[in-house]
Write a protein of this length. Structure first.
Length: 575
């Protein structure tokens, strides 16, 4: 073998044995997680660090791989990294600011993942030092406030919101996130409000801003005074409330699609959050939910009385395009597994006006959406969404202004609720739905739920809320003597069949639920119809139909009475 060939072979073996080179930023991270101060030998260490592209995966993995003792030995360096991140946010160099924001995201996530079992105070101490935490968080929140309210780039504002969402969602239970105490002290409510009020920024950041507020108002809401709850409850800025309603409306809006071969089913929700209806192999309807928007809608309805007036604001029904749009890039900080709305849809400042289009509003769209979500409650996410929908309806039914709007005979709407396909009933002719007050659609939705969820895995809490919504609406009709022209026989039949189901499955259901509470609510409803029906039933024939149904199904009530008597005897013997 020649001398040249030997040298070539040696070079190949040497090059193949070399380890891959590390990025400079990774080497600098390694210095941070060493025992010595990284700036000791390089005074420009921190300036150089924030000029380099952040390696989020390596930084988070590094934090998670260190054991407890190693992490405590690097505490001073981690505190210093956090401090310099906050300092960098005040600089004018946007690349450094972006890198600092991303580094803070990695720090919050990495330290919380590593210290899930640790107390909030330990995490605060690890991140910034407990003695300096108040000052550090004050500077951080002030910088974020300035960036959100300033005239900087939209991408920078988006990253600020992502950082805040990351901070809020690092723990499974938001009330256990002790760092949020500093977010309560240094409020950013006004900054978020400004984003929602500004035409140029709400299209891009409205979704994240609304979800952020919805999460912040849930921090220890029953344990202490939450400033975000106080400010949201007294908010009367109509443009901002309109934006919140419009976001919910556009999210919940969807397009009906008639299929020639399958008799019609609903294909997709708006492209804002991707497809929410997916036809599987058996051609069943699968609903993908978004609890974040429902939570935001609940908080707005529950906390702010002024928001109720926005529910009735009319929109023309728009044809949402189903063509796939370019996905909006997201980071792991997006909460609750959601995807922000498409900016193409959100940026449109006005809806197309056409006198031939059927007008709609947020309440109508919410009722249609609820009729889909409530169809299948076997999945945990859908069950939670159905629960949120019923809670929102309860809040609406409790509000006097909302009740007045629901029962206004001069405000009639055609609401095509989506009904679960069942063998014993024909598919309703949706195009022939008459225009009626919206309360009729609410009652139809409740009747539909009662009829379609009598199963072994009985959703007791949903039934309780459903019957309570009916009860609140009837109480309002009795109080105001409103004679609603509604097909009451369908409601009575549904409630009687519910009692029949409870009696037939008494043994199975009693092992899991207190069915007597639900049965009592249903009986009270019938007592209201019998005792006060003359104040709100439309005609004397309605009374005749009521008594006919009760007499026809008297066996159900007799059996319920016997069951109650047996329970009374058992309780008496036990006592």
């Amino acid at each position: 073998m020649s001398q040249v060939e030997k040298k070539a072979g040696l070079l190949r073996r040497t090059s193949s044995s070399k380890k891959p080179l590390k990025e400079k930023v990774v080497l600098m991270y390694d210095e941070i997680f060493a025992k010595e101060d990284p700036a000791k030998n390089n005074p420009r260490f921190w300036d150089e660090l924030f000029l380099m592209k952040v390696n989020l995966e390596y930084l988070e993995t590094k934090l998670e791989c260190l054991d407890g003792d190693e992490l405590m030995k690097t505490k001073d360096n981690v505190n210093s990294l956090f401090h310099h991140c906050v300092q960098t946010l005040a600089e004018e160099h946007q690349i450094k600011v972006v890198n600092a924001l991303q580094t803070l995201c990695a720090l919050f996530r990495g330290v919380h993942q590593k210290n899930k079992s640790a107390s909030g105070f330990d995490i605060i101490n690890m991140l910034m030092g407990f003695d300096k935490a108040e000052h550090r968080m004050k500077d951080l929140m002030e910088s974020l406030d300035s960036l959100l309210c300033g005239e900087g780039s939209e991408s920078l504002k988006a990253l600020c919101l992502k950082l805040l969402l990351c901070l809020v969602t690092v723990t499974d239970n938001i009330s256990q996130n002790t760092i949020l105490e500093y977010v309560m002290i240094n409020s950013i409510f006004e900054a978020v409000l400004q984003i929602l009020s500004d035409v140029s920024s709400r299209g891009r950041h409205g979704y994240d801003a609304v979800v952020l507020l919805a999460l912040l108002v849930n921090y220890r809401k029953y344990e202490s005074v939450n400033p975000y709850i106080v400010k949201l409850s007294i908010l009367d800025d109509e443009p901002t409330l309109d934006v919140s309603a419009d976001l919910s409306y556009r999210f919940l809006q969807y397009k009906d699609k008639e299929e020639e071969n399958q008799g019609g089913f609903f294909s997709t929700l708006t492209s804002m959050v991707g497809s929410m209806f997916i036809a599987d192999a058996e051609e069943k309807l699968s609903v993908q939910t978004n609890e974040a928007i429902l939570l935001a809608l609940y908080e707005a309805v529950h906390l702010n009385r002024n928001f109720i007036t926005v529910l009735a604001q009319s929109h023309p029904e728009i044809d949402i395009p189903t063509t796939p749009t370019t996905p909006v890039p997201t980071t792991p900080t997006t909460p609750l597994g959601t995807t922000p709305p498409s900016t193409d849809v959100m940026n449109s400042s006005e809806l197309p006006l056409d006198p031939n289009l059927q007008t709609s509003n947020l309440l109508i769209t919410f009722l249609k959406y609820s009729s889909i979500v409530m169809q299948d409650t076997k999945d945990e996410h859908r069950l939670n969404s159905a629960r949120l929908c019923l809670i929102i309806l309860t809040c609406i039914a409790e509000d006097q202004y909302a009740d007045a709007f629901l029962h206004d005979d001069n405000m009639n709407f055609r609401v095509n609720l989506h009904r679960m396909p069942m063998r014993h009933r024909k598919k309703a002719a949706e195009k022939n739905v008459p225009s009626r007050p919206l309360v009729c659609a609410v009652l139809d939705l409740m009747v539909e739920f009662v009829v379609t969820h009598m199963m072994k895995d009985f959703p007791m809490d949903l039934y309780m809320r459903c019957v309570q919504v009916i009860h609140k609406l009837i109480c309002y009709q009795k109080k105001c003597r409103i004679r609603l022209h509604y097909t009451w026989r369908e409601l009575w039949s549904a409630l009687i069949n519910l009692l029949k189901f409870l009696l037939s499955n008494e043994t199975v259901l009693l092992a899991k639920h207190n069915i007597f509470h639900l049965a009592l609510l249903v009986v009270n409803l019938f007592n209201m119809f019998i005792t006060y029906g003359d104040t709100f039933l439309p005609t004397s024939n309605s009374y005749d139909e009521l008594y006919y149904e009760i007499v026809r199904m008297h066996q159900v009530f007799d059996n319920l009475y016997c069951m109650g008597q047996c329970l009374r005897v058992v309780v008496h013997c036990v006592l």
